[in-house]
Design a protein around this ligand. Sequence first.
Ligand code: ADP
Length: 500
Amino acid sequence: MAQIAVRFRLMTEVEDFLAGDPIRPFINGKYMEPRSEATLEVVDAGSSIPIAHVAACGGEEIEEAVRAAERAFEESGWPTLPPNERAVYLHRLADLVERDMKVLADMEALDCGKLHQAAFADIGNCCQTLRYYTDLSVHTSRRSTIAVSGHEAWAMRHPYGVCAFIFPWNFPFLLLGWGISPALAAGNTVVVKPAEDTPLTSLYLGKLIQEAGIPDGVINVVPGLGPKAGAALARHPRIKRMSFTGSPEVGKFIATACGGNLVPTKLELGGKGAAVVFEDVDVKDTANKLVQIISFHTGQVCCTASRWIVQKACYEEFLSSCTEAFDKLKIGHGLDSRTGMGPVVSLKQKERVLSFLDRGPEEGAPLLYGGGSAKAEGCESGSYVKPAMLSGPPENIAAQKEIFGPVAYVMLFETEEEGIRLANSTEYGLANSVWTNDAARASRVAEAMVAGNSWINAHNVFVHGVPYGGVNLSGLGGGVLGPETYFDYLRPQSIVRPLQ
Ligand code: ADP
């Protein structure tokens, strides 16, 4: 830790928070003593140096957190506050996140291996989400009259109670915002289980929750291993809703556990996004953009474009432009301002990425560019990989599985139908893009892609108010970021009185 602090001049607030031994779960408005001495080691992805120890919680802490959230729902007045009064607390929380943005961004960059400016953007995005749903709650009625003959009838919406959230390691604070903001704005209370590799910013939020004066127990954060803390939360019989973001494999466990208690579940799972590139684009510019997209957060982005489907007439120019752009990419520590691409999150993830670069070519998709382990200037260790491009048939393992690394799989097409067919040749259905200057073709192809989200001449476009979510192996339960997500956290009720 000291080596990192010296090299990057960490803020005192960051050093003080990371020095907690261990950093404790935040339950019922306090950082409470964990029930066991078990801890998780949090590592700086860029140097593989341990930076903090966090309590490894289990079933007992989850039980306390659910109880605290239940009590807050029943006794604190949070669910029945008028939305404009609840909004004061939530905007205050967003203000405090903004105030401590650098502290949060430093921590996020360290444990995720994110570039500093990307970490800043994530923290800012969390604030925007909090504000978006808070404002929506103030301007939306929860009561509507139903016109039926001979009866007075109306519909109401109420918060559910305790909502549970399990988050992954790639966008810890951004996804925390996407998850809990609509639930809180609707008047629910929440229990959060962050990913074991990246729990720091979610736990730091506890300090800001205290300072914002949010009633005890409304927001609880319990770090721990997935199969222990995560599983205990998913199977808890008194949670009223579950939201999970992560792999399809674990998503199935969560859905099964929640199904056992008939708890409604929202799953945001992986993807294997395609970018379909037509010959009429500025080929070099499009290649540059796609290289930026696959290297953004080192490819650890569910909705990234990891399959590049390129029309025959521009295929060779596209490949040489990609090679040029990859050659310019500087690999380094996330806190080094010269870095263009950081490490992957952990050595385990590095092994996973490298294993696909063995298995893809073994199954008939040769490497066109890069691949292998990388070193970053000034870092003895760290989980660095070189970017890579492979090419082969659509059924190859590297074209089918989510790799979560800077690995693009390139395929060639001739007709529009063939391009669409290749884009849809996956079990996933999260996000794709089409790149063309023909507006009619752009709309046709975008609409024909079987996925929750299609983008035109861009990728990774997120706007609050536009729903984002996946179909098939990429998720279920309605997605996030749209106004509908707010209503997902309100249970409907209808009331009828016969008129004599
Ligand atoms: P990844 O493989 O990308 O880490 P996972 O789906 O394994 O993604 O993890 C996402 C989140 O799910 C993490 O918070 C992790 O702790 C949690 N998790 C993993 N296994 C389980 C499980 N069996 N039950 C509940 N949560 C789990």
